[in-house]
Write a protein that binds this ligand. Structure first.
Ligand code: BTN
Length: 326
């Protein structure tokens, strides 16, 4: 906290104080003049913080902007990943995080945007990214893994996303292989895991999470298949609380995966699976398959019982007759 920017520190102190804090007291804590405090408070107001200045009493925090920057997230963060790189809008947080990773960004660097002009989904699709209502976030990871371990990591992150959504929104959450988060049979979140690697060593992974948090409507092409936490829960969800829970869950599950491998994850993933026992169609690079989902194998591949025997699917798109396709 002592190293945090002055505006973050002011917000932290105001948040912690039920009574107004005087300009003099804030100046003392920051080691600056009252005029400098006034300037910082003005800047905070311009950024959307509602701060009342009470005559002869001081400053009182009335409300925070609905933004996911480090000042808003700071008080909610629980883990060690705290470097938030925030944008009102960017093309894609994946692109930004990849560039930061190239420049040596440390593990746990988090890129968040309020809107994306070119949000990217799996399989070359776009990701609907309207402003200020959802979560678009990418995390730089440097796992000590061979490239073959990264698909498992993607499943681990999906499980973490499901943990956070279930805990914060109080909803029953399903996972659709490889890692869509499903509420009421519709997609509420997606995960895009991209890496740069040599044959034996991963340089970095960028884990991108898109969560439909408070969206109330979707474009026609998504209307039948997408949902949000708000629509499923019937009430708005605090984005900062959700984001912090998500980051903590990803960090916790990531640490455990790096230390213990995939085996402990597999069972938990299968318990959350939305597909278990269902008849599905899979469009995979090897062609189309039909079969009943049995679960995951040790490597995170989908196990299918098909009319021509057991098959394992390492990549592809699963669809259920009568349910959403993407
Ligand atoms: C999917 O297709 O299900 C994956 C969607 C991933 C979307 C997120 S939003 C944050 C990050 N930035 C992007 O451009 N994509 C990911």
């Amino acid at each position: 906290m002592a190293d945090a920017p002055p505006q973050d520190r002011i917000v932290e102190w105001l948040r912690a104080s039920p009574d107004p804090l005087s300009g003099e007291e804030l100046a003392r804590r920051l080691g600056c003049s009252r005029a400098a405090v006034h300037k910082q408070v003005e800047a905070l107001r311009e950024a959307g913080w509602r701060i009342d200045a009470r005559h002869a009493q001081g400053y009182l925090l009335l409300g925070a902007p609905d933004r996911l920057d480090s000042a808003a997230l700071g008080p909610h963060l629980k883990g060690r990943w705290r470097r938030i790189v925030w944008f009102a809008e960017t093309d894609s947080t994946q692109r930004v995080a990849r560039d930061l990773a190239h420049d040596g960004a440390e593990e746990g660097t988090i890129v968040i945007a309020e809107a994306q002009s070119a949000g990217r989904g799996r399989l070359g699709r776009s990701w609907h990214s309207p402003p200020g209502t959802n979560l678009y976030c990418s995390i730089v990871l440097r796992p000590p893994l061979p490239p073959g371990g990264v698909p498992q990591l993607a499943l681990v992150i999906g499980l973490a996303a499901a943990d956070a959504v279930a805990a914060v929104a109080g909803l029953e959450v399903g996972l659709k292989w490889p890692n869509d988060v499903v509420l009421d049979g519709r997609k509420a979140a997606g995960i895009l895991t991209e890496m740069e690697a040599e044959v034996e060593r991963v340089h970095h992974v960028v884990a991108g999470l898109g969560v439909n948090v408070n969206a109330e409507a979707f474009p026609p092409e998504l209307a039948a298949t997408a949902t949000s936490l708000r629509l499923a829960a019937g009430r708005p969800v605090d984005r900062a609380v959700l984001t912090a829970a998500l980051l903590a869950a990803v960090e916790r599950r990531y640490d455990r995966f790096v230390a213990e491998g995939f085996a402990p994850v597999r069972r938990e993933w299968e318990q959350r699976s939305w597909l278990g026992g269902k008849e599905v169609r899979v469009a995979s690079p090897e062609g189309e398959l039909h079969g009943r989902v049995l679960g995951l194998d040790d490597e995170g591949a989908l196990r299918l019982e098909t009319p021509v025997g057991l098959r394992r699917v390492v990549a592809g798109e699963v669809t259920l007759p009568g349910a959403y396709a993407r």
